[in-house]
Design a protein around this ligand. Structure first.
Ligand code: GDP
Length: 469
């Protein structure tokens, strides 16, 4: 028995259409999407403006992607295109609709595609298209040789048997745990606690902050704190939202007599960061950000965790100056020192006075909300293609980076605040420089600021095989 694949079904299902040109992939896409979208298709090199849309042909809403034409960006070698499209479908979708032309015989490309799909263990529905009339229903039987069990004979042009197709898609997605959105009205109550790590160098006020939060009238400490090797975990509820504070400072207190404590504190911080859904990096406003703050900030960056920078002891920072001016100057200063955490919002607080604590939780909720709204595949592809067109990547050894397709990846296991992860299918990942990656990130953030969230880019290379002569 193969291991069951666990997918995060709290997010939308992804379905991809693959098949060789002219089998009717676009017609199928349009029919499922339930609208007439005019697209220039099956012309090599033509970029479609509709790559993926949301649709609900049955009861479950999913995003449908037509991979046709994506591979054309790579080169002119036909089998490479087909292979690239299949790879993209396998990597980026939960279910694949493999379309063949029911009015033709099986082709070598159909066989090639079938082999690739079988090897991948993907869930596949074989769709035999262009069966416009009951008279040709028998044609569909030929395709059982591809080994995908029950196929569905449809006519994308006339909508024939689309109810069957919709049912079949629903049952495949259901078997993976996807459900109609309305079927789960209690999700708010089932939300897991958000794990919040409070990190920072000694004496910035972490313990004071934890105490202030726990003393705050909005907080209900709901349970007995647990202790790990590195931290004290404190479950509590604020409003209706459950949290788990990962308090590294509390741990330090417990082992104060241990002389190696400071040496371990960085390691502790690191482990706590890795366990967290979001990090609160506490800095001391009166001291500014120093090397040790930067070290911890880098850990957060490397762990790719959402983050908020807390400017604690704000009460000590030029208390006599005007509030706005103090805040502006302090933020500028800290931003300069922690420039690489530029996605993290800053909040000035005073643990001592218990001031502005509510801002922290407002910000966490806002970041969580942002993280739960991925950028649609169509919009993302348009955005990045435009970014690349207006500022093409520099050549490396005479070669230039080409983007075939990109999609926002779903996380393998559900997390309350997932950092957005973009899966980029490119000709060669080696051609992407860090500077260019930063440029792409900046372009995404211009349209979608994604405050508090680091962006993660994952590359999939599609090396071009030499054309067979
Ligand atoms: P930790 O090592 O990061 O846990 O820091 P502590 O919570 O032990 O705080 C270190 C010192 O800073 C203590 O003397 C606190 O009273 C003081 N402190 C913490 N937060 C504030 C604050 O917001 N304002 C002021 N003025 N002092 C603070």
């Amino acid at each position: 028995m193969p291991e069951p694949i666990l997918v995060d079904t709290s997010q939308k299902a992804h379905v991809a259409i693959v098949g060789q040109p002219n089998v009717g992939k676009s017609a199928l896409f349009n029919r499922l999407a339930g609208r007439r979208i005019s697209i220039v298709h099956d012309e090599p090199g033509v970029t479609r403006d509709r790559i993926a849309v949301d649709c609900t042909p049955g009861t479950i809403t999913f995003e449908i992607t037509d991979t046709g034409g994506i591979g054309a960006a790579l080169d002119d070698v036909f089998s490479n295109q087909i292979q690239a499209e299949a790879d993209i479908a396998i990597e980026s979708s939960d279910l694949i609709l493999f379309v063949v032309d029911g009015r033709e015989d099986l082709t070598p490309v159909d066989h090639e595609l079938a082999q690739v799909l079988h090897r991948s263990d993907s869930q596949v529905i074989l769709v035999v298209n262009k069966i416009d009339d009951p008279k040709v229903d028998d044609n569909a039987a030929v395709f059982s040789a591809l080994g995908f069990g029950n196929s569905i004979a449809v006519s994308a042009a006339h909508g024939r048997h689309f109810d069957q197709l919709a049912k079949s898609i629903d049952s495949h997605l259901e078997s993976m745990g996807f459900a109609p959105f309305e079927a789960n009205p209690d999700t708010a109550q089932q939300d897991p606690a958000i794990k919040v790590a409070i990190v920072g160098r000694p004496n910035v006020g972490k313990s004071s902050l934890v105490n202030a939060i726990l003393k705050d009238e909005r907080t209900i400490v709901s349970d007995v704190a647990g202790t790990t090797r590195d931290s004290v975990d404190i479950p509590y509820t604020r409003g209706n939202d459950p949290y788990l504070l990962i308090d590294t400072a509390g741990m330090r207190r417990r082992t104060r007599r241990d002389t190696s404590v400071e040496a371990f504190s960085a390691m502790r911080a690191e482990r706590s960061i890795r366990r967290a859904d979001i990090c609160l990096l506490v800095v001391d406003s009166s001291k500014g950000a120093v090397a040790q703050d930067r070290r911890i900030a880098r850990m957060i960056l490397e762990a790719q965790k959402p983050c908020i920078i807390l400017l604690n002891k704000f009460d000590l920072y030029h208390p006599d100056a005007k509030f706005r001016d103090r805040l502006e100057i302090l933020e500028d200063d800290i931003r300069e020192d922690l420039f690489f955490l530029d996605f993290a919002p800053m909040i000035a607080v005073s643990a001592l006075k218990g001031e502005f604590l509510n801002q922290i939780f407002k910000s966490i909720r806002r970041i969580k909300k942002t993280s739960s709204a991925p950028i649609g595949t169509g919009a993302l592809n348009r955005l990045l293609r435009q970014a690349i067109e207006s500022n093409p990547p520099p050549r490396r050894n005479g070669k230039r980076l080409k983007l075939l397709y990109c999609t926002q990846k779903r996380h393998d296991s559900p997390t309350p605040i997932p950092s957005p992860e973009y899966l980029l299918f490119v000709n060669s990942a080696k051609l992407l420089s860090q500077t260019y990656e930063r440029y792409l990130e900046k372009q995404i953030r211009e349209k979608h600021p994604l405050i508090g969230l680091p962006l993660v880019f994952k590359m999939k290379s599609r090396e071009v095989k030499k054309a067979r002569k």
